[in-house]
Design a protein around this ligand. Structure first.
Ligand code: FMN
Length: 305
């Protein structure tokens, strides 16, 4: 049987599959439904310094092949995360990635310092890409200089590997990716949701309380695969690809395009077993094609000249 093991930004993962932040809570919510220790890693919902109540409802709207959300980083704040969620995560046998966001560079640095003191956290994911909240950090994720500044200052405050999560809602994602790498990012994850909106025609009202939200699910997969391919060509740090992954084949598309790992998001709402089925499907693919390691497929895209 081929090996699914990967090393992403220093995280030793038994397979390349992690969860997409915000779609898996802190794992506890899913632990009765699946054996979360089968995952390659777990990435928890974004935490902020202070508790946040999120955006006004409605906050979810299903679209053809996708979903709009405007949750707005609702969370209980970093102290509650450390007290209530981390003890559960510490007992699991998988790397723990904690996603952080803030309104200022100082917020990111303070979060990085507080979370670096926790030995059970393996990496931080810098969310500079949330389209749904003023504190989402998207301002940092769509400007090269600001992205570089937030990455380098957070890196100084952190002893954990830093994975920077990129937004597709920008002119040149490759330029932002390069700026993050130069500033010290240990890995990149992409993509966050794509700006979207829906209107209820009978009432003339927007479907979401915050009018605009983020589109996720299979509808965005081709955009995400294209962005992973473009970014992989210009950086040397590992990429975690995400956006619409439902099946092992979807996940393999990202890997062949250049991702070392993948994250499963919206699929968890459809089928909590999705990440496990994806891992099993990857194993079958390696066996069927006689591939000894998943790493041999990273960036293996064949382009006829
Ligand atoms: C309901 C919902 C909440 C999300 N919350 C967060 C979040 O807190 N932090 C974050 O970085 N991304 C968040 N995301 C974005 C996902 O992590 C992921 O980047 C995106 O949904 C694309 O993957 P998918 O199509 O597999 O869901 C959220 C997505 C959804 C659908």
């Amino acid at each position: 049987m081929g090996s699914l093991e990967v090393d992403i930004a220093g995280l030793k993962m038994k397979n390349p599959v992690t969860t997409a932040s915000g779609t898996y809570g802190s794992g506890k919510e899913y632990s009765d439904l699946i054996d979360i220790n089968r995952l390659g890693a777990i990435c928890v919902k974004t935490v902020t310094l202070k508790p946040m109540s999120g955006n006004p409802p409605p906050r979810l709207w299903e679209t053809p092949s996708g979903m709009l959300n405007s949750i707005g980083l609702q969370n209980d704040g970093v102290e509650a995360f450390i007290d209530n969620d981390l003890p559960f995560l510490s007992k699991q046998d998988i790397p723990v990635i904690v996603s952080i966001a803030g309104t200022s560079i100082d917020d990111f640095s303070r979060l990085a310092k507080m979370l670096s003191a926790q030995s059970d956290i393996d990496a931080l994911e810098l969310n500079i890409s949330c389209p749904n909240a003023k504190v989402g950090g998207m301002i940092f994720g769509s400007d090269e200089k600001l992205a570089a500044e937030v990455v380098s200052k957070t890196k100084m405050a952190s002893t954990k590997p830093l994975i920077v999560k990129l937004t597709p809602n920008t002119g040149d994602i490759s330029a932002i990716a390069r700026a993050c790498e130069r500033a010290g990012a240990d890995g990149l994850s992409l993509i966050n949701t794509v700006y979207g909106m829906s209107v209820e025609v009978d009432t003339l009202k927007p479907r979401l309380g915050s009018i605009v939200g983020g589109l996720s699910g299979p509808a965005i997969k081709p955009i995400a695969v294209r962005m992973v391919w473009e970014v992989a060509k210009v950086v040397n740090i590992p990429i975690i690809g995400m956006g619409g992954i439902l099946t092992a084949e979807d996940a393999l598309e990202f890997i062949i395009a250049g991702a070392s790992g993948v994250a499963v998001g919206t699929a968890n709402f459809i089928d909590p077993q999705a990440p496990i089925k994806i891992i099993d499907g990857m194993n079958k693919f390696l066996e069927k094609h006689g591939v000894s390691s998943i790493q041999d497929l990273v960036g293996a895209l064949k382009i006829d000249s």
